[in-house]
Design a protein around this ligand. Structure first.
Ligand code: OFO
Length: 170
């Protein structure tokens, strides 16, 4: 059985992951409206991955005999100042999520819940990848400084991203 403190915070993490999906869908819509379909694809795949993250937490809470409680999801922004600005905000959001996962690990350790600690390690690793992949795109955008040729090439590259189906069942 999960301790109440962990149950509460794991439920909060479901909401954060669902908000992540919502935020990236909104960024996808922003890129779609700018006819940057590769950028939009990258964001749509990111949103689907976030749904998988939420599902992992959902399944884990159930598996531990606790109760999933869904809360309202905050409205995401709909406009960004530039392509670069959208990705910089995506990175800031991922850093926020990384802190949240680290805090969950701290709580699991304080509560001596080793199973939850092990469950969370997947997310610790995932966050390193999340931040690295967004940072790579930011670096490319900074290098090309909105040169149309560069944006076109990057758009084609981001169009290649495909969904990596993750194991959501525990
Ligand atoms: Fe779920 O990793 Fe991004 O937010």
């Amino acid at each position: 059985m999960l301790k109440e403190r962990l149950e509460k915070n794991l439920n909060k993490q479901i909401n954060k992951e669902l908000f992540s999906a919502y935020l990236y869908m909104s960024m996808g819509a922003y890129f779609q409206s700018a006819n940057l379909l590769g950028f939009a694809n990258w964001m749509h795949i990111q949103a689907q991955e976030e749904m998988q993250h939420a599902q992992k937490f959902y399944n884990y809470i159930n598996e531990r005999g606790a109760r999933v409680i869904l809360e309202q999801i905050e409205k995401p922004k709909t406009e960004w100042a530039s392509n670069l600005n959208a990705f910089e905000e995506a990175l800031a959001h991922e850093e926020f999520i990384t802190n949240s996962i680290n805090e969950l690990v701290n709580i699991a350790l304080e509560e001596k819940d080793h199973a939850t600690n092990i469950f969370l390690q997947w997310f610790v690793t995932e966050q390193v990848e999340e931040e690295a992949s967004v940072t790579e795109i930011i670096n490319k955008l900074k290098l090309m400084k909105d040169a149309p040729g560069g944006i076109f090439m990057l758009d084609r590259e981001l169009a290649q991203r495909q969904l990596n189906i993750q194991q959501t069942a525990q």
